[in-house]
Design a binder for this molecule. Structure first.
Ligand code: AHR
Length: 678
């Protein structure tokens, strides 16, 4: 059962009197024990979408991440589905993992994918030189990985071998997985038992090419990126999203050179930053707590630093900054193989996870994907296993608590918090982030990094009236609390109720070293999306058809109209030519329920979508089908909708979808579209 706090005035008065009493008493008892934090936000300043892939994971052939942690083989006594352990699978499904990176890491640049396909007994073995020199028998290969992704419901992200591989090997891998045609690689895949191709959008052009991936200089690497991306082909409707190896921590020269020389041919640049700490994960005093949290907060500066360079070469933010390795890197657990990077995970790691996720949300305009290292049994893992036993770590619980932020609209927070001071140095006590989902619920996630002091927090959100608030907390008495195989539920989220609400404020007593996620239900009172009075609405939109070849969408007002008419939905008019034309649709979309709506424009070539005169989607350019998402907060009633479409040649496609309160994602149906009859 969930504790739900309701804003009703009798209850409020009652709570108020009790609060006054508690405050009076606590001013004696806890006089030095409370910091103060003031948080404000404004629904009118919503900014972009928090990409679900920020919650991506990483699985490498390293230690017992794959073998033992995920893959036990079909004949194992550990319950499994086609070789993948069931307990881990269930835990990952519950986490709703959006994306999984594989096969490395450093392993990727010595992995030859053809060794990992075909009958198991014929697959050659190799030595995993990066991680302990163990024998890799290649029993978990491309098919097994992609089946794992299908079972979990995660998108695959494959890192190709640039360090010791060839362009041919890389491009053959893409053909093997994604092509439905008659060619050697697709035929080989069919021979190996998979008729239909998989879709794999995300491909890494090497890993840490400045280090274990080949010790390259950025000039040389950027040339390789240009070469490799030339041969990353799109088969059918699979569109390859190319991710270049990015900077190591603060190597701004790498970012500068790669963006300058190869920024136009990539979709993402991968930053790696670990919170490294050469000491054990679960034995530390406050010094160790402070140092690790202080180091991890550096992620914010690193993102700002690299984003500033990317802004110079890519002001429209077409290239994403992808933090595809991050997390704590402690000393390995005693009596474990030092090359296997197996570490425990405590309340401190939970605070690291929460703080980083809050930072990533703050940079959602540039950071579109991150992959914590690693999913099972390695570094800051979600899951630890020991033969048939499995335990979920505090980090897992943070990811689970935060999952409502995925694909929601970022609501920026202004946080004015106290300092957590240790040994003359200070960091902010509270960090946080917030988002609004398509049901209009606001989720606020807060992290109090101070291990000694609770925090009195007030949150006011302009243009939002609180009605019901629920919350879950992850906290512990001890900084080094953890979940062990003998005590797996020592640190798990529980309901949190030490807060009060009024219409416009939330007052919280946030315990020391804690992570809390609030779910706020209420009313959005903002002016955004006020409905328009349409005098005489009639079904269908108006469209105007123009001729001409443009590489980008032009100013439609100066184009001569070749023909016009009414159309039920936003689709390419039947009588259109096959190339060199443009269409502009205009009219009204009828919204039945107040709330946040996501819109999606999928087009080949360019398109733009405007709601109430504001451009919310820019999918411009000459390209294969690409879907771009935008959002709007809309009140019930009519809203102006305009779509511009350009067909420059080759394939052509146009579809505009909507998703909102009690509405699954769907092509905007004809019964929502109108024009004004004169
Ligand atoms: O995650 C462990 C290793 O850290 C990865 O293999 C490598 O990319 C990074 O240095």
């Amino acid at each position: 059962m969930q504790v739900r706090k309701t804003n009703n005035s009798t209850l409020r008065n009652h709570i108020f009197s009790v609060l006054i009493l508690i405050m009076f008493l606590s001013s004696f008892i806890f006089a030095q024990n409370n910091g103060k934090t003031k948080i404000t936000a404004d629904v009118d300043s919503i900014a972009g979408i928090i990409d679900a892939n920020i919650y991506g994971q990483f699985s490498e052939h390293l230690g017992s991440c794959i073998y033992g942690g995920i893959w036990v083989g079909k004949d194992s006594p550990i319950p499994n589905t086609n070789g993948i352990r069931n307990d881990v699978l269930e835990a990952l499904k519950k986490l709703e993992v959006p994306l999984l990176r594989w096969p490395g890491g450093c392993f990727a640049d010595e992995y030859h994918w053809m060794d990992g396909i075909g009958p198991k007994e014929q697959r050659p073995s190799m030595v995993n030189t990066n991680w302990g020199g163990v024998v890799e028998d290649n029993s978990f290969g491309t098919h097994e990985f992609l089946e794992l992704c299908e079972m979990v419901g995660a998108e695959p992200y494959i890192s190709g071998n640039v360090g010791s591989g060839t362009v041919e090997e890389f491009s053959n891998w893409i053909q093997y997985i994604t092509s439905d045609g008659e060619n050697p690689m697709a035929n080989l895949r069919r021979k190996n038992g998979r008729e239909k191709p998989w879709k794999v959008k995300y491909w890494g052009i090497g890993n840490e090419s400045w280090g274990c991936g080949g010790r390259m200089r950025p000039e040389y690497y950027s040339d390789l990126v240009r070469r490799y991306t030339t041969f990353t082909k799109n088969y059918g409707d699979n569109r390859v999203y190319k991710i270049a190896s990015g900077p190591n921590v603060d190597d701004t020269v790498w970012t500068e050179v790669v963006m300058k020389n190869a920024g136009k041919v990539i979709d993402g640049l991968a930053l790696h930053y670990y919170t490294s700490n050469g000491k054990p994960a679960a034995q530390f005093e406050e010094k160790g707590w402070f140092e690790v949290i202080q180091k991890t907060l550096r992620m914010d500066d690193l993102i700002k630093m690299h984003s500033a360079i990317m802004d110079k070469y890519d002001p429209s933010k077409n290239v994403a900054l992808i933090v595809d390795e991050w997390g704590t890197w402690h000393a390995v657990e005693p009596e474990t193989n030092p090359s296997f990077l197996y570490q425990q995970n405590t309340m401190r790691d939970a605070v690291v996870a929460a703080s980083n996720l809050n930072i990533f949300h703050d940079h959602a305009d540039r950071v579109k994907m991150t992959n914590i290292a690693q999913m099972v049994n390695v570094l800051q893992a979600m899951i630890l296993t020991d033969n048939e036993k499995m335990v979920l770590t505090p980090t897992y619980h943070v990811f689970e608590m935060y999952k409502e932020h995925k694909n929601s609209i970022r609501l920026p927070l202004n946080i004015n918090t106290s300092d957590y001071v240790y040994d003359g140095e200070s960091i902010p006590s509270v960090n946080g982030s917030a988002s609004i989902n398509s049901k209009g619920q606001i989720h606020v996630s807060l992290c109090n990094v101070n291990p000694n002091q609770s925090e009195k927090i007030s949150i006011s959100i302009k243009s939002f009236e609180n009605k019901n608030v629920t919350a879950r907390i992850l906290t512990s008495e001890k900084m080094d609390a953890l979940n062990s195989f003998d005590n797996p539920n020592n640190l798990v989220p529980t309901e949190f109720s030490d807060f009060s609400i009024s219409k416009d404020k939330l007052e919280i007593n946030m315990p020391a070293k804690s992570v809390i996620v609030f779910e706020l239900e209420g009313k959005i009172t903002s002016n955004i999306g006020a409905a328009i009075d349409v005098k005489n609405p009639k079904p269908k939109l108006e469209f105007k058809y123009h001729k001409g070849y443009f590489s980008n969408l032009p100013d439609f007002s100066i184009l001569p109209v070749v023909s016009d008419g009414l159309i039920e939905q936003i689709k390419i008019p039947d009588e259109s030519e096959s190339s060199d034309f443009l269409v502009r649709y205009s009219g009204y979309v009828k919204i039945l329920k107040d709330g946040f709506y996501n819109f999606y424009a999928n087009s080949d070539d360019g398109s733009r979508l405007f709601i109430d005169g504001k451009r919310i989607i820019n999918n411009d350019g000459l390209h294969a089908p690409i879907e771009v998402k935008g959002f709007a907060s809309l009140l019930e009633g009519f809203h102006k909708i305009e779509v511009e479409f350009n067909q420059g040649g080759g394939g052509m496609e146009l579809g505009v979808s909507i998703e909102g309160p009690e509405m699954k994602k769907q092509i905007i149906p004809a019964n929502m579209l109108f024009h004004e009859s004169k």
